[in-house]
Design a protein around this ligand. Sequence first.
Ligand code: FAD
Length: 456
Amino acid sequence: MKRFDLVVIGAGPGGYVAAIRAAQLGMRVAVAERDKPGGVCVNWGCIPSKAILTSAGLYEDMRNAEAYGIRCQGLSADYGAVIRRSRKVADRMSRGVTYLFKKNGIELFPAGATILSPTTVRAGEEELSAKNILVASGTSVRGLPGIEPDGRVILTSDDALALETLPRSVIVLGGGAVGVEFAYIYRAFGAEVTVVEMEDQLLPRTDREVAKELEKALGKQGIRVLTSAPAKGFDKVTRTLTVSSGGKEETLTAEKLLVAVGRKVLSAGLGLEACGVEIERGFVKVDDRLRTSCPTIWAIGDVIGGMMLAHKASAEGVVAAEAIAGKEVRRPDPDRIPACVYCRPEVATIGLSEEEAKRRGIECKVSKFPFTALGKAVASGHTEGFVKMIAEANYGEVIGCHILGAGAPDMIAEISLARSLEATFHEIGRTVHAHPTLPEAIREAALMLGGEAIDL
Ligand code: FAD
């Protein structure tokens, strides 16, 4: 039997990062992965979707080029080529993960794994002895009862990322990040799109003002958005979705129904329960150091729930590897993890929403700086949206920031750092930002909190 200090199950952004960090710390590491290295993120999530979004954005820019003094003639999109490019990008990134394993001396077992005991893992035909086991098995796509994906009419995000023909019309069921990104993609390439969300706003739990502005912006693009509209059922023959909306039943018909209502957690069948690992509603339960109720088994990423994001999985991967190595570390604070949506206008948020700050009884100050007042935004023609900043009233610590607009996901990094350093709005306001740049809007929002905004 091959012996390892750590066997990782799953090579997504949680598992592969944990494996590399553990190898850096001197552990002998194996990874079992039954699909392609890189997990959902690299193969069926973040990376291919962002490749398609880039094509969609480029197409939109070229359609609008005349406003910038550029004439484009005979413009057309080849949606099949867009999808094929995204698959190539994903494959390239997946090969990159395999390379990193080799570089770090990590042994990859390309097979499904099960846990036989707290210190033994079966990966395909091999039995591996492990001082510690890290579960990073993530999630897979799922449907709803009575609305089961078939890959033909009812699609999952996996299907949509591989589908080379653009549907004429699409109903997107679920107005979370994945649903909104696909809605933008399909509309940008010319499909008729309706988004159906059962909660009362898109991107539930995101700052309400941001979500409502996004809804308006998508509406201007021609996307119909129905909120507070739970789905009642789908007739596959007529391709009709029944939803209840505003106290009435409404029927919507489209060529495809994309189901983006959340994910199925992959904790069953791994052998966890037999080792005494507690599982709650499918999610593996862990403590502050990411250890499960079995002392040699640890878990990270989507399989433990919380924010289902690649960078959260990776941050936990680093913490888990260091905790296994005996370091005094704690899992990342969700209030310091940014969340982004890459449609147009883009969305990036971190920390508390205005509603959540009120719910927690925190006395706070709120500012909102619009991109219409920013030179770089006007010069680049991206004036939609704003930076909203929330600071605790006494010391001025920035406890939340919510950005709607071009470049938001890149801009939020500044606030991630500010949150790490517990920076105040005074400190951000006094930080010299390059001009003209979009992050100047962050500085202005910070200055506004102290009544010192210059450009508004
Ligand atoms: P996963 O990435 O799910 O990886 C788990 C791996 O474990 C998989 O490769 C699986 O094959 C393997 N596995 C499972 N069971 C076994 C077993 N028994 N044996 C061996 N291997 C096993 N997040 C962002 O932060 N930004 C984004 O822009 C973003 N976009 C997304 C777009 C889409 C369409 C989707 C679906 C998701 C997106 N996400 C995004 C979410 C992100 O992909 C996940 O949060 C992230 O992949 C979770 O990482 P993980 O390591 O926990 O699990």
